[in-house]
Design a protein around this ligand. Structure first.
Ligand SMILES: CC(C)(COP(=O)(O)OP(=O)(O)OC[C@H]1O[C@@H](n2cnc3c(N)ncnc32)[C@H](O)[C@@H]1OP(=O)(O)O)[C@@H](O)C(=O)NCCC(=O)NCCS
Length: 156
């Protein structure tokens, strides 16, 4: 039987899953605000399950600066489960949801300049490098990041 990939929301009750994933996936420590923002984004933050195992996540923050933007704080899949379409499913979920709302103008994120896999992955979905920020990260090398951004056009 083929393994089933499913998405579930993040709530107080299962936020520990997201915390555990982040410790393995990212060299950055995320503070409480990250988790509050993730839960507040409601359907924009999801855990991915491979059968019954939690193997990935996308965590977003909704920003209002006149227009609404979706900021992808993290997107990651545990290494043994990569290449199975889980990252695509998570990102497509956020792209589709953003298009369904009629008030979101863009989706953007930061990515370390040497993370070629992730940059290629996002470009495949229409993201473009719009900026480079030097010394964005305090404790990892290289400390520089690209800003990747994609305009959202509402689909009703
Ligand atoms: C970027 C990332 C989320 C992609 O997740 P994924 O589940 O492997 O994504 P998919 O299975 O949907 O594959 C997407 C693409 O990744 C590439 N890929 C395929 N197999 C792969 C593997 N075993 N390992 C890594 N990348 C692979 C392919 O280009 C694939 O595109 P294709 O389906 O057209 O061939 C994942 O590599 C990851 O977690 N990286 C570490 C964390 C990170 O850097 N996140 C981004 C910054 S926030």
């Amino acid at each position: 039987m083929a393994a089933v990939i499913s998405l579930d929301g993040v709530r107080d009750k299962n936020v520990m899953q997201l915390k555990k994933l982040n410790t393995v996936l990212f060299p950055v420590h995320y503070n409480e605000k990250y988790y509050t923002d993730a839960i507040a984004s409601a359907d924009f933050t999801k855990l991915a399950y491979f059968s019954d195992i939690c193997v990935g996540s996308i965590a977003c923050r909704l920003e209002k600066n006149g227009v609404m933007s979706v900021y992808i704080m993290t997107l990651g899949v545990l290494a043994p489960y990569r290449g199975l379409g889980i990252g695509t499913k998570l990102l497509k979920h956020v792209l589709d949801l953003s298009e369904k709302k009629n008030n979101i103008s863009k989706i953007y994120l930061h990515v370390q300049t040497n993370n070629e896999d992730a940059i290629a992955f996002y470009k495949k979905f229409g993201f473009e490098i719009v900026d480079t920020i030097h010394n964005y990260y305090a404790n990892i090398s290289p400390p520089d990041c690209y800003v990747l951004s994609k305009e959202v056009h509402a689909k009703k």
